[in-house]
Design a protein around this ligand. Structure first.
Ligand SMILES: [Zn+2]
Length: 201
């Protein structure tokens, strides 16, 4: 934007790179912060850094956990069913499924979906560790809860070809979720129904 000092422009650009934020919102956010006391900026900057330095991924399920923790809370919870595994795209999806209260098994976070167009193959996702977990033999059902999108479906089918020889039941969330939408936008009841009505893949 013409006529703006470089730091203002830099912050607008940084906001614009965030998902769902267009140029207008980016400018509004930057000017809002400009008007706030320095403490607001400092707290925001510290939170932005801490999310990288004070967190890590659970080595078992790849959900986000506090740095230095051996495993995440869900993996550490011995009351949870070890025979059911819910496979999701992103850590946020774990929270979404947890919020329904309808699942008491374990999770596996893929950190994305297969996308030949974007050059994302199985080796870019946490698929190998998933296969290793299933190969250990405790898991009896793998619920594939990837989004009902083309990539989500393709990922589910790929997982089926990999998991089928291991003799586990493979299910997919029932239709009824908005097609093309992310499971994170589904309301709790819809997701609960999709979970309860899951079908063999
Ligand atoms: Zn975990």
């Amino acid at each position: 934007m013409a006529g703006l000092p470089e730091p203002v422009e830099a912050l607008i650009n940084a906001f614009e790179r965030l998902p769902g934020i267009g140029p207008k919102t980016a400018s509004r956010l930057a000017f809002y912060i400009l008007r706030q006391p320095e403490e607001t900026s400092r707290a925001l900057a510290e939170a932005l850094l801490a999310i990288k330095t004070a967190t890590s991924l659970c080595p078992i399920c790849f959900h986000i956990t506090g740095a230095g923790q051996e495993k995440c809370e869900i993996c550490a919870d011995t009351r949870r069913d070890e025979t059911q595994l819910c496979v999701v795209e992103e850590p946020l999806d774990v929270l979404v499924v947890e919020r329904t209260g309808g699942f008491m098994g374990r999770y596996h976070v893929l950190h994305g979906v297969l996308s030949p167009i974007e050059g994302i193959g199985p080796e870019h996702l946490k698929i190998r560790p998933l296969l290793e977990r299933v190969r250990e033999g405790k898991i009896r059902e793998v619920i594939v809860a990837t989004n009902p999108s083309m990539e989500g479906d393709a990922t589910a089918l790929y997982l089926r070809t990999q998991l089928q020889p291991m003799g586990v039941r493979i299910t997919r969330l029932a239709r009824g979720l908005p097609v093309g939408g992310d499971i994170e936008y589904a309301d709790q009841n819809t997701l609960l129904r999709a979970l309860a009505g899951r079908q063999d893949l």
